[in-house]
Design a protein around this ligand. Sequence first.
Ligand code: ADP
Ligand code: MG
Length: 293
Amino acid sequence: MSHSLPALRRRASAQVEAAAQPDRSRGPVPVITVQRLVKSYGVGEAAVHALAGPLDAGGRPLGVDLSIHQGDFVAIMGSSGSGKSTLMNILGCLDAPTSGRYLLDGIDVGGLDEHQLSLVRNRKIGFIFQSFNLVPRTTAVAQVELPLAYAGVKSAERRRRAMAALSMVGLADRANHRPNELSGGQQQRVAVARALVSAPAMLLADEPTGNLDTRSTDDVLAIVDRLNASGRTVVLITHEDEVARHAKRVVRLVDGRVKSDERQAPVTGPPPALLDPVTFAEHSLHAQTGVQG
Ligand code: ADP
Ligand code: MG
């Protein structure tokens, strides 16, 4: 057969690579651009618009517009049901919008098939979830190697890179521990190592500290701060102000629309916790009250 799986994979990844070369002739290109994005569940009168943007005179959603530049650290905030996870799932190419356009690193995601989407997810995005999503009964180093295995990286190189990622999150000495032998904070740090091992352009995190105590929350956020300082784009969903303080930009959603969009630090340069560590710590709710904000 001339269409062997490796050949098909190579061709699909060549297409992704080709599409991934953005036009840089007109200045910096956003990593993420969404235009008139709408996500609805159900139809007609019964439709729920999880992402709507402003409504037109007839009550129809005009969609959400948002762009995020390379190196930014964006917190998406909003109460339960405001559309945060819906937006995250679309940005992560885990779900498709009802209408509107999504460009990721110059690629029009709407034009990709399932296989190309899985390549984009594997190469360009590192996911961190509230519930860690680790594989049971599997050692930390094997978890971190997984994305590299999917990407076809050879075993010795996989091990080397996975160990480097575990060192980065301070868990080199826990490489052979399984999830049930690790604390919640350690499990989430393994998940962070897994998210960063493939050197993705963007980290997407949905309530990454939602299941963690104050101390582990600080550990994980310190790692995310450093990753952003080294140039990685971070999009982090949270409903906690204490977590959102770490971001350079805070986007608030209400009923599927952007209610406010505020900048806390410039896109280029370190995130707030590293820009001015002393002032940042002084204003920490943890430090002032000893309880989680
Ligand atoms: P958040 O993450 O901010 O809590 P979601 O994005 O999960 O909000 O949900 C936004 C809205 O879309 C909510 O009203 C929710 O009930 C609705 N929704 C989300 N997923 C579905 C689904 N699969 N079917 C129907 N409605 C959904
Ligand atoms: Mg949610």
